[in-house]
Design a binder for this molecule. Sequence first.
Ligand code: SF4
Length: 355
Amino acid sequence: MAHLSSKKRRKTRKISLGNVQIGGGAPAVVQSMTNTDTRDVETTVAQIHALEGLGCEIIRIAVLDNEAAEAIPLIKKRIAIPLIADIHFHYQLAIDAIKNGADGIRINPGNIAKDKIREVVQVAKERETVIRIGVNSGSLEKDLVAEHGGATAEALCISALRNIEMFEDIGFDRIKLSLKSSDVNTMIEAYRSISAKTDYPLHLGVTDAAIKSALGIGNLLYDGIGDTIRVSVTGSPLLEIPVAYSILRALKIRQVGPDIVSCPTCGRCQIDLLGLTEKVEKALIGRKKYLKVALMGCVVNGPGEAADADIGIAGGKGFGMLFKKGVQYKKVEENEFVPVLLEEIKLMDEENKEV
Ligand code: SF4
């Protein structure tokens, strides 16, 4: 997948998670998490395959018990992307997940005793496993909450730095960090602060819905901060991936997939723009190659936006003007919008292949 690198991108250490490079100038990587019962290998693998198809590049699974830890090798051998085991509370499960071949584990330092974390780190060091230190405002160490009067950005940072120090004392540096909060301001401040204090790669996430994710992750990416991202959406994780790529495309960090520009419509619109947009979006699901498609309701802004895209339609009354590579191309009847657009996109892809 092509990407545009940001000049002001923060320099981070390079770590390898399976076959994916994180940090060290690599493009921001899109991550998701299954919401299946990990012990149900078939269903979990099917969801991972669906996520992979949409462009998910790293997958995290919840490991709640021994049976889930034992499912790791069975899942791993059937998927192509790196697998991270998400562990809370039970340090032994973290050790088992590492021994069972997880490429990385995510632990929440607020939920595991320090001496037990040391044991986990020791095993991860031997197996060259990546560990994400996932600091979370909902489970921050009690002494920090008391000292700072809550889970402030500073408290989140101190928790991360404490853990980095402990990991480094053991000689472990395959570290990724996340500092999550459902409060967007706290999240942004915490990441800005930690990025000035350490060069370990950062995983960006917000504990809440897509709009907060877009604001929090988007602001930080704009500042050049963030090596992996996960958008939070309540419901199917399949909804997360298009949002993640929309954020990356909007900031011109990675130009991948369909970039659909559609107007909000107003009283001037005389075509079924919503229906058209839904059909085109559906038809282009899973497309990896970048393509800007403008779907505009009328001739006020339509021709300009359509001409600025790779391909676009500016609506009229029962018809539309098709634009291709910046020029007005042909008039199309409304009932022909979708097949004509898709056919022209197919032709453009074929032409580009031949170049
Ligand atoms: S492009 Fe036309 S229909 Fe769409 S919002 Fe603008 S003025 Fe309204």
